[in-house]
Design a protein around this ligand. Sequence first.
Ligand code: PFF
Length: 447
Amino acid sequence: MAKRAGFATRLGAIAAAVGSAVGLGNIWRFPYEAGVNGGGAFILVYIACIIVMGIPVILSEFIIGRSTHANMKAALRQLSPGKKYYLFTYVCILGSFVVIGFYSVVCGWIIEYLYQAALGNLSGHTPEEYESMFTGLIANPWRCVGWTVIFLILNFIVMSRGIAKGIERVASIMMPLLFVILIIFCINSLLLPGADEGLRFLFYPDFSQLTMRGVLDAFGQAFLSLSIGISCLVTYSSYFKDDTSLAKDATTVAVLDTMVAILSGVMIFPAVFSFGVEPTAGPRLIFEVLPGIFQQMTGGYVWALLFFLLVFFASLTSTISLSEIPITFLIEEHKMSRGRAIFWTALFTFALAVVAALSFNVLDDIKLWGKNIFDMMDYAASNIFMLLGGLFTAVYVGWILDRKVVHDQMTNGGRLKGAMEPFLIFCLRYVAPVSIIFIFLFLTGII
Ligand code: PFF
């Protein structure tokens, strides 16, 4: 096996997992999904899902990764010799490409907004003007593709410098800063006239607004946001040290990730209602609302720059973790050099991302069930790939994997109490599979 780079410090490993989890999923996608699905009730389902499925599946990926110190395929081979479970790795690899394909387009939009912020164009306009600014951006194939490609080039440059150095440094400085800045924006949003309507939308659960599709969206959103279901955290935890408490680390990742998502909601929705933007605007929501928030603030120019810069870094730590999935796989399973593995991963990623970036303009008449290619990738990534992956992981660790391995990992070989183990097993065996299978069967009309 190729020599594996490790994280220099324990904090480095957790910071990298948090860096993977916190990204556009929290800041861009969570508010838009909550908006489309009616707010409060969606958020309740989302939080429940984080607790009973999210944390258990994070833990499962950690268990697989740390017990073997290997990538998903090698890990499954090692844990279940002679069985074909390792084939699931290919679904994970495909899933990682689908996610990064649409995700890097949104990263491109973030760079465009960073650029517009630098030019001072994110102030002095009406909400309608911000709306047409975004419409103009996605209608322009050159701009969309250009920024996406620039983002990906940066991503793969960082990748070629190796795991420990690149990620660790970026993640541990930027994440706390992003957190602080989100809180400042929340306070500002809450001071807007009519802010209470936004808060009511977010925190008052009106179940009449929630459909089964909304429940599926909440599940998918939780999995995407936590980076689970496509073996990302298997790869990361394969670098974890043997004395860290997996339960503590998994809970830390989930809590921080959920806090960032909720803060993002509290930043966006008071402004949505105050400015009269439709909460159901979808993927464009934050891009139409944020400039309005900045222009209300003293020093809005600097805040806007800082915000987009931090979101850019948060997205980068997520795409780094995404592209590490196929890269590690190619290096360790196909004996490629790191350079070659990065080259092939980059090639596929560029192809998919360019198609996704063109789906609002040149390719906008290609639609399936009313969704363009970008929307389809966005939907399939979380609601199909990550959820199915989560289901596989839960069933594998809950039912198939030797309980001794689970116990060993939860207690660090008997050194910890492992109090969470019964909860973990119950969720993995029953709660997660039953909920995910039920929602799929219901939505496909089988029940
Ligand atoms: N969790 C990331 C986010 O919320 O932005 C997205 C992501 C990263 C998904 C890594 C999947 C993954 F493997």
